[in-house]
Design a protein around this ligand. Structure first.
Ligand code: UTP
Length: 288
């Protein structure tokens, strides 16, 4: 079965960005002029995915409104002759079919993914954490979908984490960490660095079969008393049904302030419109 559906968990509280996230969902914060959630949907579209389910909590409906048509705004832009902006707005609506499901309480990432069970049905799907922003020039998820198609097994993206920082993430236990496509024996969420099975962390990109929902249903609560997606992946790994590929491109954790600032600067200097002036500005700071 082809992977055409995706789940974006976005129902978390975004506490690290308070007070900005008091009324505004974290994934609507803009990196330059696009909200974080739009980068996520564009990445899914690059990978050939056309049906996107965003998992939200009550009050976060604006995350989906962003992808719907807005007749008043469109007529206003038309009347002002702002054709480029109008075209950009329409392009956003045509990206993919975007809709939402609710997660009533933030019981963890695994629980958030399971909230979209009825919408995914028995099809394979991608899950993508929007606050892990991957280089918009890449299509790594497309590569993951290819590996899923070839192997028939769940596929996760991983990246190298230096030093003890692995304690903050989900670490995989690979059979051969140097393989292009690694077989994974297990996954440990937030390991003690001394016992971490590797320094390869889950990167927030997953291509999964619908069998993961039964595994999630049976899971006890894990780290942080939450239903952890990493624990479900650990079960798949234990059964010899999980692959990992290493992402070596640029990525930013825009769920924290430093990563958000770094993404904004890195993407801004690359843009044709604001890039040249912004590079000059940054150079001028260097001389002070
Ligand atoms: P994070 O832990 O990075 O996001 O979860 P958060 O909870 O919103 O932010 P902080 O830690 O309070 O600052 C990664 C992604 O998973 C979603 C989040 O919305 C985010 O997009 N998530 C997390 C859920 O949808 N439900 C959950 O129960 C937990």
């Amino acid at each position: 079965m082809k992977v055409t559906k995706a789940v974006i968990p976005a129902a978390g509280l975004g506490t690290r960005f308070l007070p900005a996230t008091r009324a505004l969902p974290k994934n609507l914060l803009p990196v330059i002029d696009r909200p974080i959630i739009q980068y996520a949907v564009e990445e899914l579209v690059r990978a050939g995915i056309s049906e996107v389910w965003i998992v939200i909590s009550k009050g976060q409906e604006a995350l989906v409104e962003h992808f719907r048509s807005s007749p008043e705004l469109e007529s206003a832009l038309e009347a002002k002759g702002k054709v480029d902006l109008l075209a950009e707005l329409k392009a956003i609506q045509q990206l993919a079919a975007v809709d939402y499901v609710y997660q009533d309480e933030p019981h963890g990432l695994g629980h958030a993914v399971a909230c979209a069970r009825d919408q995914i049905g028995d099809e394979p799907f991608a899950a993508l954490l929007p606050d892990e922003l991957f280089d918009p020039k890449e299509n790594f998820l497309g590569r993951m979908v290819e590996v899923f198609d070839e192997s028939g097994q769940a596929v996760v993206a991983v990246h190298d984490v230096p030093g003890d920082d692995i304690r903050l993430y989900g670490a995989i236990d690979p059979v051969d960490p140097s393989a292009d496509v690694m077989e994974v024996k297990g996954v440990v969420e937030k390991p003690d660095p001394a016992e971490a099975p590797s320094h390869l962390s889950l990167s927030g990109r997953y291509v999964l079969g619908s069998d993961v929902f039964d595994i999630l249903d049976d899971l006890p609560r894990g780290a942080g008393n939450e239903i952890q997606l990493a624990d479900a992946l650990g079960v798949l790994g234990g059964q010899g049904r999980l692959k990992a590929i290493r992402y070596e491109g640029k990525r930013w954790d825009v769920g924290k302030k430093e990563g958000f600032l770094e993404a904004t600067v890195a993407l801004a200097i690359d843009r044709d419109d604001v890039g040249p002036g912004f590079r000059q500005f940054l150079a001028s700071l260097g001389t002070k």
